[in-house]
Design a protein around this ligand. Sequence first.
Ligand code: ZN
Length: 178
Amino acid sequence: MLKFCSNCAALLARRVPPGDSLPRYVCDQCGEIHYQNPRMVVGAIPEWEGRLLLCRRAIEPRYGYWTLPAGFMENDESTGQAASRETLEEAGARIELGEPFSILSVPQVNQVHLFYRARLLDLNFKPGEESLEVALLAESEVQWKDIAFRTVGLTLKHFFADRARGVFGFHAGDIPPR
Ligand code: ZN
């Protein structure tokens, strides 16, 4: 929900602009149309000798639940830079980025989540401000009920299934509303 124009501070109206098909926030003072589009969440699947680096969240939503390092992409960075930066911020971990592995649309929250495979470069990781703890977990140690987000759970399931098959693919999908 937007109220004021970020351009000129006038009150915004909401209507379908000429030639458009959806209602937008429109400024009748300066003419700016304020489009709202999905946001990218980018993360990594850092691997070390068959174990994956997961973080236990120190922030809401899903405080105390486990996730792969991931977060909102910033302006002026690439998706790969975002994955590496989030891994450093949340897990204090340095990675060598691998191939993109999963892209999952979450239309009910207007997000797209992208995860890269990655190789953990050393064991000097430590929880960042947004993490309670960081751990290298084997597949058998993953507590599925304690995974924070469905995109992370699905990405981990694809990862373990691909690894068992011996071939890593690329997985595109949608997370349906509950
Ligand atoms: Zn304006």
